[in-house]
Design a protein around this ligand. Structure first.
Ligand code: AMP
Ligand code: GLY
Length: 422
């Protein structure tokens, strides 16, 4: 098969790394990719929201399957675009169609879906600009901390958690005034849930699903889970508290009703479902759906998949996923993300990176990197993820930190306490 992966982060490097090992692969392209994906396939300079450019490339290179890394092209309807065109119908898309992608593209849509399908989630109400007064009234009926969520995609920044009622009303007013652009023209206000978060992933063909390894990611920039939210500073899989009793609850109370809801709504869902969960006294609740793999979760989940991922993706696209077998690696995988100084605020790019070739105990997944005159340089906030296997969490993390110490670039920073709470 000729494969095109869309995206340029650590997740897409992990996908390329895995797919390049498949005997089913003929040629692999990554658009736009990074300095790491280049060692598994050919990077192509395509804008991933320019569907016409992707179409032309896919026809020219006889692409059989497009694997969509990030949510944006899915929410914009790339799957529907390919289905609607007679010439493109045979090109398989891993990633749901537009209506299903709303599960990530609109918090309000996702919350209503959960409510209608009896899926445990925080109580909520949604409001638009012209109901600001009602929204503040509703906030008054909730207790602190107050959770405000911009309805639309806001690059992971659209959720605010505030202790003070007055401050929450002020923020609400700013959201309606355009703080998050159009994403905040509707806002979901929800009950705060106290518990421990983890992420569960499935691959589905819309009918059946396979349960992938769960993971925990560390979103805050600072040690002890402090400071600003980032895309993710590290991750671990498996998650020790997600024992078989807990996973059984996730399957019966969350995954199965989600699958039923998808079928009943007639959604075309082929791809990953990412369940952002919180365990409240041992019971799982959904915080959010994402319609793609997580990043850096992919950098710990994909290395734990022993089966041929391309064969699983074929099952997803052809609707016979129930015939495929999923084999997992029982070891722990940890990843530690090296980021640019200043991230998640302002940071500089173009810093030369050294030492990555001396890493022996980890897989170096590139995220924000590029090659410039033969030299590998930083090209984003999250630069490289160091994923390591271990017989337990301690061993995996020791290896990731040993590798992290070997890599240098101006301003390099990483969290030293990944896994501290497990
Ligand atoms: P989201 O973008 O929906 O994943 O929200 C970002 C982060 O906000 C989550 O990872 C949680 O840490 C936190 N969060 C969101 N909703 C809630 C909630 N209802 N209760 C507690 N924390 C929440
Ligand atoms: N690491 C969180 C995400 O990919 O959404």
């Amino acid at each position: 098969m000729n494969i095109l992966i869309l995206g340029s982060g650590g997740r897409e490097h992990a996908l390329s790394w895995k797919i390049s090992q498949s005997p089913l692969l003929k040629k692999l392209f990554i658009a736009p990719g990074n300095a790491g994906t280049e060692s598994h396939g050919q990077n192509v300079a395509l804008d991933i929201s320019d569907f016409q450019a992707i179409e032309r490339f896919a026809i020219k290179e006889n692409i059989d399957m497009i694997i969509v890394g990030p949510e944006d092209p899915l929410v914009k309807g790339i799957h529907d675009y390919f289905l609607a065109n007679e010439k493109l119908k045979n090109i398989k898309i891993v990633g749901p169609a537009k209506q299903a992608a709303m599960l990530e593209g609109s918090k309000e849509f996702a919350k209503k879906f959960m409510w209608e399908n009896n899926i445990p989630t925080a109580a909520f109400k949604s409001f638009s600009k012209d109901s600001y007064k009602d929204a503040c009234q509703f906030l008054k009926t909730m207790s602190s901390p107050y959770v405000l969520k911009a309805d639309g995609l806001a690059a992971g920044k659209g959720v605010l958690i505030l202790d003070d009622y007055e401050k929450a009303c002020d923020e609400l007013s700013e959201m309606f005034a355009g703080k998050f652009g159009a994403a905040g023209s509707r806002v979901v206000i929800e009950q705060f849930l106290e518990g421990t978060e983890l992420s569960v992933f499935v691959l589905t063909d819309g009918n059946s699903y396979v349960l992938l390894p769960e993971a925990k990611d560390y979103k805050r920039v600072g040690e002890g889970d402090t400071g600003l939210n980032t895309g993710g500073m590290g991750a671990i899989s498996p998650v020790p508290f997600a024992d078989s009793t807990f996973i059984q609850k996730v399957k019966s109370q969350i995954i199965q009703p989600t699958m039923e809801g998808i079928k009943n709504a007639g959604m075309n869902y082929k791809g990953f479902i990412f369940f952002g969960l919180i365990s409240v006294k041992g019971d799982p609740f959904v915080i959010e759906y994402n319609v793609r793999m997580g990043d850096p979760e992919a950098e710990v989940v994909i290395p734990r998949i022993k089966s041929d991922l391309l064969d699983l993706f074929s099952g997803v696209c052809e609707g016979n996923l129930d015939k495929k077998k999923l084999e997992l690696d029982g070891r722990t995988v940890s990843t530690v993300m090296l980021v640019s100084g200043g991230y998640p605020g302002l940071y500089e790019k173009g810093k030369p990176i050294t030492g990555h070739n001396e890493v022996e105990k980890s897989i170096v997944f590139h995220a924000g990197t590029k090659i410039e005159s033969g030299q590998i340089q930083t090209n984003g906030g999250r630069v490289m993820a160091l994923s390591s296997y271990g017989k337990n969490m301690k061993e995996a993390l020791e290896r990731s930190y040993d590798s992290a110490g070997k890599i240098q670039f101006d301003g390099v920073f990483f969290r030293k306490d990944i896994g501290f709470d497990l």
